[in-house]
Design a protein around this ligand. Structure first.
Ligand code: GTP
Length: 314
């Protein structure tokens, strides 16, 4: 027995399509098409009654048993045609394939079912993709946060939480380029705590740490937030990049000096035309040296190189 076509018969025009397939099969297998047509005249009303009786689709099989073509559904098997010559499995397989393709391309219900299947597959693929996408987005966000954290850690001094030496170098380079190009004022305030070693020695390293943190906090409170840039150079040395002229830089320095009870020496230098980073830093160093040399606890401005004793806090 060889079932070579399995067709789901739903209603009209499926039954007529089925009849056409049967005739086509008989013709392809060199059977008697006329006697097959006569057999179909008997079969079709039975098929219709069974279909109506069942109320749903019928699965109808076309099969060859020895030299006879049968159609079978709902446990009923009816002969349709006889062949003179034996049919090979190969021919039946080819015929089955051809009829299947023809039935699939014309069966609207099958197409609808297929569309539904494709839609279902698409919907689940979309759902899977959405889950994967949100997992990826989550991963990306956590990677971004990690990156932000490591960038922050690379730029910030862990004790005082202000910019470290590396960040200071980069920010100062940028600031000099920008202010030179746009002829904007820029000052450096360089600061070194006075006798900090003694503070450490007298009160312990932990107290010294708190003292450094307090200095950083005072610096932050003395500048314009998101404008000027306070940094810790290392040890007890601090610096502020001030995007303003000497008057503002002096006001900032005075506040820090007072808030630190006069226990810090401060050198101020401002950016001159054609200044290099080294020249500006060199002048602020020289000013700080002057402040230390003249008794500490005071402010020196590089162009004045006179010690501003009026601000000295005892
Ligand atoms: N507690 C603490 N001390 C530090 C830290 N980094 C550097 N120091 C100490 O800071 C002190 C700096 O001493 P010096 O450079 O001699 O400066 P000074 O005692 O302030 O002297 P002058 O600047 O000349 O007034 C040293 O004793 C360092 O050990 C830190 O992170 N925490």
């Amino acid at each position: 027995m060889s079932v070579f076509l399995r067709l789901v018969v739903i209603a009209e025009p499926d039954r007529y399509r089925f009849a056409r397939f049967v005739l086509e099969a008989v013709d392809a297998l060199h059977g008697d098409v006329f006697s097959c047509a006569a057999a179909l005249v008997d079969i079709m009303p039975v098929l219709r009654t069974d279909h109506l009786h069942k109320g749903t689709s019928l699965e109808v099989l076309l099969m060859v048993v020895e030299d006879t073509l049968y159609c079978e559904w709902s446990g009923r098997r009816m002969p349709i045609a006889r062949f003179e010559l034996a049919t090979s499995e190969h021919i039946l397989a080819e015929l089955g394939q051809r009829l299947r393709l023809a039935s699939e391309s014309t069966d609207p219900d099958l197409l609808i079912r297929r569309n539904r299947k494709i839609e279902d597959e698409l919907a689940s693929a979309r759902a899977r993709a959405a889950i994967e996408l949100s997992a990826l987005e989550e991963k990306l966000e956590s990677k971004k946060a990690e990156l932000r954290e490591s960038l922050h850690a690379a730029e910030v001094d862990s004790l005082t939480n202000i910019y470290n030496r590396g960040a200071y170098d980069a920010r100062l380079q940028e600031a000099i380029l920008r202010c030179s190009r746009q002829s904007e004022p820029l000052c450096l305030i360089l600061m070194d705590l006075d006798y900090f070693k003694q503070i450490n020695d007298q009160h312990g390293h932990q107290y010294g740490d708190e003292y450094l943190k307090r200095m950083a906090q005072i610096m932050q409170e003395s500048v314009r937030e998101y404008v000027d840039i306070p940094c810790r150079m290392g040890g007890d040395e601090f610096v502020i990049i001030v995007f303003a002229g000497v008057a503002t830089a002096k006001r900032i320095a005075e506040k820090i000096l007072v808030d630190m009870s006069g226990k810090v020496s401060i050198g101020i230098a401002f950016l001159l035309p054609n200044d290099s980073l080294e020249m500006l830093v060199g002048r602020s160093d020289a000013a700080l040296y002057e402040a230390k040399r003249n008794g500490r606890g005071r402010i020196a401005v590089s162009d004045e190189i006179v010690v501003d004793t009026s601000i000295h806090v005892v």
